[in-house]
Design a protein around this ligand. Sequence first.
Ligand code: HEM
Length: 202
Amino acid sequence: MESKLYLYLVWVRLWHWSNGLFFLLLLFSGISLQYSSEKFALIRFDIAVSMHNISGVILSIAYVVFILGNIFTANGKYYKIPKRGFPMELFNQIKYYTVGIFTKKKSPYPINIDRKFNPLQKLSYVGAMYILMPILIASGFGLIFPEILIHKIFGMSGLHLTGLVHIIAGFGLSVFMLIHIYFCTIGKTPTSNFKSMINGWH
Ligand code: HEM
């Protein structure tokens, strides 16, 4: 019989759901800002600007909580990528998702107290939280305070380049979120992972 594991500490859950909420607000206001014209705006332009800036600042504060939480609590250990054998672990996990799962094979890296994430989850969470998020946040602050940006980089406007980087990072994280939510439905039942992120228990 499988036993229950307490995997999601209170701060992780609070961080996660505020991160998800403010990320969605940023996504909707960001899309509205990108595609609004004088004739049409999904959300009124000035409201979308305030919504985007305020949500961005709150998301950044939540991000600092996430980083400090991972430094000062045991949660950080789940994000460490092993120096050896990780590509093979990834291959095994992909093989499981593409073949094993349909032939009722057992998961190659079952969840336990020392391994909250399978190798694919680990790679995607590290990529999202330690690569894309800092790029998104840093470029976002560059757009709020353009005076801190380098004026010209290789003849290109520093502001335009920062805008481009911001949109690419936001797009990457939006794609991450869609795939992330899909994979969260592949649990014991389609809703079990969502319940775990609410009550803490896996
Ligand atoms: C609002 C939409 C979202 C939903 C419904 C959702 C759902 C979930 C669920 C059910 C889990 C627990 C299962 C697991 O550990 O894989 C989880 C964990 C996680 N999610 Fe999300 N998520 C959302 C948005 C996001 C976004 C936007 C990010 C990052 C930009 C994110 C990053 C993470 C991370 C890093 C974890 C692992 C946290 C930890 O235990 O240390 N999620 N998510």
